[in-house]
Structure formats: structure tokens, C-alpha cells
Design a protein. Sequence first.
Length: 415
Amino acid sequence: MASEDRRAYSVLGASTLAFTVCFTIWMMFGVIGIPIKAALHLNETEFGLLTAMPVLTGSLIRVPLGIWTDRYGGRIVLFLLMISTVIPIYLISYATAYWHFLVLGLFVGLAGGSFSVGTPYVARWFKKSRQGLAMGIFGAGNSGAAVNKFIAPALIAAAGWTLVPKVYAGLMLAAALIFWAFSATEATHKVKSNISFLAQLKMLKDPKVWRYCQYYSVVFGGYVGLSLWMVKYYVTEYGFDIKSAALLAACFSLPGGVLRAFGGWLADKYGAYKVTWWVMWVCWVAFFLLSYPQTEFIIKTVTGPQTFHIALTPLLFTVILFVVGIAMAVGKASVFKFISDDYHHNIGAVSGVVGLAGGLGGFVLPIMFGALVDITGVRSSCFMLLYGTVCVSLVWMHFQFRREGMLLAQARLPA
């Protein structure tokens, strides 16, 4: 293996480890938020806001982080980002009031910006034909959402929820040092220009960017929202304890992260459009099934009234959720294949904008999930909301790509 290849794979491995740890900690309130909710007597909307606060800052910071990565290189930006979160993570152990958790959650959320640093940083170490797979492998760090579900319940069972932030602070510090030791810097990967932030953000005038933002808000925003919400869903809907609920919820989070590399390979082989199209269809069918609430009804028959009960069993619910996790993993990779194809020289800035949209989706969704439960009393209303967002994506994809195909065909006609 050539020296350049060894450096590329070392960067990929170190970056993936760092992103996995960042994502694990970014999702921590999805588990520790349950005992905090009970202790502070929060309603569903307040719980949704608690889990979503880290997602807010992790989303808003993605655009500047992507641009800084283009300018200064991913190694220094990601290292400083990780180090800056260690103390806020640790201080969560000493929080006692609701507003304490909200404020500290904003600082911890900086870890979520690691994606828009690592994506362009990793991509530039590989040839274009292999960028989809490389970004997919890096994106597998999303499996940190599942890692959190394995670690946090065990720590809570051992010594209460306050142990989790202390352990996670040490984990973040260790991961930052490992990343620095095994990553590298390549001067040619930096965008050497004095273009202002506003000038680099002119790509927002491109309708393609807004389209990719919408797709990503479904596949990534939906993944984040469900990863934060599903542990509590299993606890309240099916009566599982937190440890069992976390393990079942990991059946969604784990494939939703690990199989992103598979999605990158599919996007390289079959193209981003075909892969994303089928991802949306799979999610559309799955969310339709998951949306149906537990229902009892009585009908009059010739022999008298008969009662019927319709509900997804925990096993069937988990299987469908597992399928959604696979689809979202593939979709997250295919959307970024669009970006690497169309914006090769501006990956950092564009991935930051698209990542911002996905992250904001992950911020808004848990709050809306909680609000819908408070308003309707129907827990499956979260899937009804997601079903509607997928419908928007399918309609948009159909008409926009059909229009582009017609324009391309017309351009090829002889004058």
C-alpha cells in the first residue's frame, strides 16, 4: 500500500472514530433525559425540547465549520471542536434545574457539528470514484446513536444518570487525542482564497442545494429525531424498562449508522437519484404502517357485537423500524453523493448548509413529537408527521427531476 493510501485510510479511521464518539455524546439526552424527565416532572413537549437542544447548536454551527474546514483543514478544526465540549459535558452531572440542562445542552451540541468537518476532510483524501464509499464509512459514525443506547443504560443502572456525563467527558477527551495522533494535514486540500463567508454562501441561490436540504432533513433529521425519541416510545407505548427499551431502539439506530457505508457504495454504483428515490418509497410505506395507532372497535354482527383490536406488536414494530433504519442509512449517503458529484470544489460549504438543514430537522422533530402527543394523546402521531414529510420529498423529486430530464433532452435535440 502506498504511503498516500496509508495516510488516507488512517485519516478515515481516526475521523470515523472521532465522529462516532461525537455522535454518541450528541444523542445522550435521548437516554438520560428519561430519568431527568421523571425528576423534573416534565411534559412531553418539554422532554422533546430537552433532547433537541444539543441538536440546535450542532446544526447551526455546521455552515461555518464546513467553510472553516475548506480554509484551515479538517484536522485542526475537528480537534479544537472536540476539546471545546469536554467541560460542558462534565458539568451536566451537576445540573439541577431545567434551564441548566438546556444551556449546557447548547454547548454539548457543538459535537454535532463534527459531521460537516469530517465529510469534506475525508472526501478530499480519496478519488471521486471512491468518495461515496469513503464518506459512507465516515458517516457510519452515526451509529454512535446506538452506542449511546448500549452504554448509557448500563451506567445509569450502575450509579445513576449523573455518571453518564462524567464518563462521556473522559471519552471525548480520549477520542480527541487519538484523532490528533492518527490524522494528517494536506495543504493542497485547503481552499486557498480570501472569499468572504457571504460569498461562499452564494450557493444558496442554487435550487439544487435547497432540494438536497429537504431530502437530508428527512433521512438525517428523521434519524436524529427518532433516535432521541424511540427509547421513551418503547417505555411509554409498550411498558419496557429503560435498558430493554434502549436495546430495542438500537435496532433502528445501529443499522441507521453502520450501513451508511453500504449506502455510499450503492450511490457510487447506481447513482444518487435512483438510490434516494427508492429510499423515500421504503420510508413512505414504513411510516404509513407505523402511523396506525393502537385501535379497538366494535362492530355489530348477526351473532352480536364483536370487538377487534389492531396494533403493531413490539416485534413487528421493531422489524419495521429496523427497515427504516437501513433506508435512512442508505439515504444519508446517497444525498451526500449528490453533493460530491455537483459541488466537488465546494464540498465543505455545501455539506455544511445541507447538514444544517438535516440537523434543524433533528432539532424540530422531537419538539413536534412531544407537542403532538400533548395535543392529540396519540403516541404514533410522530410517524404520521414523518409520513407527511416523505410525501413532500417524493412529489418534489418526481416533478423536479422530470423537468430537468426534459430540459436535458431538449438541449440535445439538433437545432
